[in-house]
Design a protein around this ligand. Structure first.
Ligand code: AMP
Length: 190
């Protein structure tokens, strides 16, 4: 299965992605994680994007698309993959579509996790990542509202978007994701 998980900062994308990817035996591809690794290793890419990550701004589309394109060429992605935090803009979504089309593939499902903004800020401030400051959180919410909401419209039109209520415990959310995936396709997820 080829899946995308979309949600605001603090929606639990990382945790849920790990779980889904494990259950479906597909790789979990987090662009945020790839970029953080590049920054901590001080690679050329890391030097280019470090400031933006620290400010909670999006990295330019071509940089992040190249990263994903390279990763999708790896043999472990043949049987499917779960993208976490990518695409984040309509432009990225179009580029992803083109990458997949070249390989005669398309996305199966886009899951959007919805959580109340107050709950999100609480969660983020407890997480303690370097880009989890009050100011950066605000910026990332703003970015999400402006960029990512149009992205969702794009996928809604393609009728592959499903929403997940992200309020509740980790297991409750996982259960909702499980039934959404099972209902959407004939894929069983335990
Ligand atoms: P995340 O771990 O998904 O919250 O991403 C952390 C940070 O990495 C974001 O605030 C952006 O600076 C950057 N980032 C991650 N994914 C993308 C993307 N698809 N496009 C642009 N920037 C991204």
């Amino acid at each position: 299965m080829r899946l995308v998980l979309v949600g605001p900062p603090g929606a639990g994308k990382g945790t849920q992605s790990e779980w889904i990817a494990d259950r479906l035996s597909i790789p979990h591809l987090s662009t945020g994680e790839m970029l953080r690794i590049a920054v901590s290793e001080g690679t050329e890419l890391g030097k280019l994007v470090g400031e933006r990550l620290a400010r909670g701004e999006l990295v330019p589309d071509p940089l992040v698309v190249d990263l994903v394109d390279e990763r999708l060429k790896q043999p472990d992605c043949v049987g499917g993959f779960l993208l976490d935090g990518f695409p984040r803009t309509v432009e990225q979504a179009k580029m992803l579509h083109a990458i997949l089309e070249k390989r005669k593939l398309k996305l199966d499902l886009v899951l959007q996790i919805i959580v109340d903004a107050k709950v999100l800020t609480e969660r983020l401030l407890h997480r303690g990542r370097v880009d989890d400051t009050v100011e950066t959180i605000e910026n990332r919410f703003w970015v999400y509202q402006t960029e990512t909401m149009t992205l969702l419209e794009f996928y809604r039109e393609q009728q592959i978007l499903r929403t997940i209520d992200g309020d509740g415990t980790r297991d409750e959310i996982a259960n909702r994701i499980r039934s959404t995936i099972s209902n959407f396709s004939s894929t069983n997820i335990n």
